[in-house]
Design a protein around this ligand. Structure first.
Ligand SMILES: [Zn+2]
Length: 150
């Protein structure tokens, strides 16, 4: 099953994810005084992502989506608009403080026939042992949108 079959709604998204291209909302306050993300920022981020998780493309619940750091704070990432994406809770939890390529491995397994059978770590170990699972390189939703808008 291709990605477009899995998520037909992806094909309807034509507008690039603005935060990736240019921080056009410079006046927008990102965090509030207690360090949380401002409600207005969350709404703008969700709109810029056309309501989708930047990683897997699932439609997001406006009340429970996560704001994720593309480059984790633990790896030097900031709270700048260009480093923040809207994410579904499972993607954000799976990514944690790791880099994007770690999440790519997780999603490659999640969207394969091995979902629930093996973990990303196990698939990596099997690959190291020379076992070809035939997993395709997962393309993030934001990558597809950026390519479509380029
Ligand atoms: Zn997701």
């Amino acid at each position: 099953m291709s990605t477009y079959e899995a998520f037909p709604s992806r094909a309807r998204v034509s507008e690039p994810l603005r935060p990736y291209l240019s921080p056009t909302r410079r006046g927008l306050r990102v965090t509030n005084s207690n360090g949380g993300f401002c409600r207005q920022f969350r709404a703008a981020l969700l709109e810029a992502h056309c309501g989708h998780c930047a990683y897997c493309g699932e439609f997001l619940c406006p009340h429970s989506f996560h704001v994720d750091h593309l480059i984790p704070k633990e790896l030097g990432g900031s709270n700048s608009i260009g480093n923040l994406v809207a994410s579904c809770p499972p993607c954000n939890t799976a990514k944690g403080a790791r880099d994007l390529e770690s999440l790519r491995e997780v999603l490659a397994v999640r969207f394969s026939k091995y979902r629930g059978v093996i973990t990303a770590a196990q698939s990596r170990k099997l690959a190291e042992l020379g076992v070809d699972l035939g997993l395709e390189r997962f393309r993030f939703f934001f990558e597809e949108v950026l390519e479509a808008g380029a």
